[in-house]
Design a protein around this ligand. Structure first.
Ligand SMILES: Nc1ncnc2c1ncn2[C@@H]1O[C@H](COP(=O)(O)OP(=O)(O)O)[C@@H](O)[C@H]1O
Ligand SMILES: [Mg+2]
Length: 327
């Protein structure tokens, strides 16, 4: 497909990076609030305090001297995830789904590849020294519960857990997408890693078509299953939780990422003060119109549940010509 030029995109209400940064992030996201979401350990604490469910934290490795604590932290665990506290875009994340049958200190990654304990220690040591952190600052590695697959997206995920991203504007959910792991994305649902993004009908929680890179796709590239028409379970709960992400962080322009665990239901994975803009391509809709709609009906006394209901009412998927195609 041919993408429209930036000017045309602007005219049809698609936010660009400059506009997002200047009009929304600078105005609605005070810098002092960034630390709350830029460090995944802090975000977890914050969400827990607010009564929101998150993947259990097994341990944190805060400096080089603690790297050898790894074996103890995972001693009784078959599966777990190691990630940089200040990472982004899925970089530096190991999704460990099992152990070697004979050698317990061999770990199987989502991709099926085995890594040795030595390799993991090396990876954690690099993480702590800041290889994956936002500005190369020293970092912590966190080790957490590995989310178990929920059946809804089994056919459209390749070895990994899909996540649901909701953009929340001044407390109101405005747009969402499901990101589906692929063979290329190695157990991670980040678009940069090669995951597919599928738009979501805010009224129903049903998936729309997907994007892979800049291409519109109907089928998952590895499984061939259709992407559209899947019902996200507990959609009401997901909308309300994402709306509460605003109450918890104070960020007026926010991306809330959730995953659905087969046993524990929806969990908050992370929150983001600079959510990407590809979500508009996945939904074939620009953000500006929705943001303007919220400005028009903004009610400072509305609670998260009420704001979630507004999203359901106001933002059904439109049947429309492909916005992103040029004539
Ligand atoms: N605890 C987990 N269990 C299973 N998969 C996970 C877990 N944490 C992260 N992932 C996978 O890795 C992706 C990126 O994780 P995330 O915590 O959002 O970090 P990042 O800031 O790098 O995007 C998720 O979308 C998910 O697919
Ligand atoms: Mg993420």
């Amino acid at each position: 497909m041919i993408l429209a030029r930036p000017k045309q995109l602007h005219d049809i209400g698609v936010l660009g990076l400059n506009e997002r940064n200047a009009d929304y992030i600078a105005r609605l996201n005070p810098r002092r609030l960034y630390p709350l979401v830029d460090d995944k350990v802090l975000t977890k604490e914050l969400a827990l305090k607010a009564g929101m469910a998150v993947p259990d934290l097994y341990g944190v490795i805060a400096h080089q001297g603690e790297v050898r604590k790894f074996a103890d932290i995972v001693r009784d665990r078959e599966s777990f995830v190691i990630k940089p506290a200040r990472g982004s875009g899925g970089d530096g994340i190991f999704v460990v789904i099992g152990r070697g049958k004979r050698k317990r200190d061999n770990y199987r990654l989502s991709s099926g590849l085995f890594v040795s304990e030595g390799e993991i220690l090396h990876h954690i040591s690099n993480t702590v020294s800041g290889q994956y952190s936002l500005a190369g600052q020293r970092d912590h590695a966190l080790i957490e519960y590995c989310v178990h697959f929920e059946a809804t997206f089994a056919e459209v995920s390749y070895q990994g857990v899909p996540d649901i991203r909701v953009i929340v504007y001044r407390g109101y959910p405005v747009m969402a997408m499901v990101r589906l792991p692929t063979r290329a994305s190695d157990g991670k649902a980040n678009l940069h890693q090669g995951a597919v993004g599928a738009g979501v009908d805010m009224s129903t929680g049903e998936t729309l078509t997907g994007v892979l890179g800049n291409d519109v796709v109907d089928e998952h590239p590895d499984t061939g299953a259709l992407i559209a028409g899947l019902q996200i379970p507990m959609w009401d709960f997901i909308l309300e939780s994402s709306a509460r992400g605003y109450d918890v962080t104070g960020l007026g322009y926010l991306g809330v990422d959730m995953v659905i665990d087969a046993d524990r239901g929806p969990l908050i994975l992370e929150m983001n003060a600079r959510p990407g803009l590809n979500i508009q391509i996945a939904n074939n809709t620009g953000l500006r119109e929705r943001i303007e709609r919220i400005e028009a009906l903004y009610d400072p006394s509305a609670n998260a549940l009420q704001r979630a209901r507004v999203a359901r009412r106001e933002f059904p998927a439109r049947i429309q010509a492909d916005l992103f195609k040029t004539a």
